[in-house]
Design a protein around this ligand. Structure first.
Ligand code: HEC
Length: 125
């Protein structure tokens, strides 16, 4: 049985390996409310129909393709909402990112989006 067990270990060994982002339905639901209250007025109710840069769709994916979600979280949590940068709670930022993932077609899982995992996630499906 040993050879079979080695494979997952090898896969975990590469720090640069990207994994599909994991978030829960509850996080996205909470994030939708925060988004509506804190982000929609600039980025649009649909994430791509406001005056501010699009947070959904092909151009958004293209722009963030070579970055991890850690980078995305950093930009979001230190510069947004533009009117009060860093003004939300950590959980609120994670929830909003979960919501952005959901709108961009990523499916919820049973594992919550957590800061410690962000470096392993990208917007690639
Ligand atoms: C008052 C308007 C306003 C609000 C509110 C706001 N944003 Fe922004 N956001 C902007 C503008 C303008 C930019 C572009 C800034 C720049 O390029 O320097 C931006 C850029 C961003 C970016 C970088 C996008 C990219 O591809 O470069 C992200 C991510 C983002 N906002 C997320 C959010 C989230 C999440 C919220 C809510 C928590 C939010 N923003 C609230 C105006 C706003």
């Amino acid at each position: 049985m040993r050879p079979v067990r080695l494979l997952p270990l090898l896969l975990l060994a590469g720090p640069a390996l990207a994994a599909a982002p994991q978030y829960t339905k509850a996080q996205a639901a909470a994030g939708a409310k925060t988004y509506a209250a804190q982000c929609a007025m600039c980025h649009g109710a649909k994430l791509n129909n406001g005056g501010a840069p699009k947070l959904a769709g092909p151009a958004f994916f293209q722009k963030w393709a070579s970055n991890t979600l850690d980078d995305f979280h950093f930009i979001t949590s230190t510069t947004m909402p533009q009117t009060k940068p860093g003004g939300l709670k950590e959980a609120e930022y994670l929830n909003v990112i979960a919501y952005i993932l959901q709108v961009n077609g990523f499916k919820p899982t049973t594992k919550a989006l957590a800061v410690k995992d962000l470096k392993t996630y990208t917007f690639k499906k």
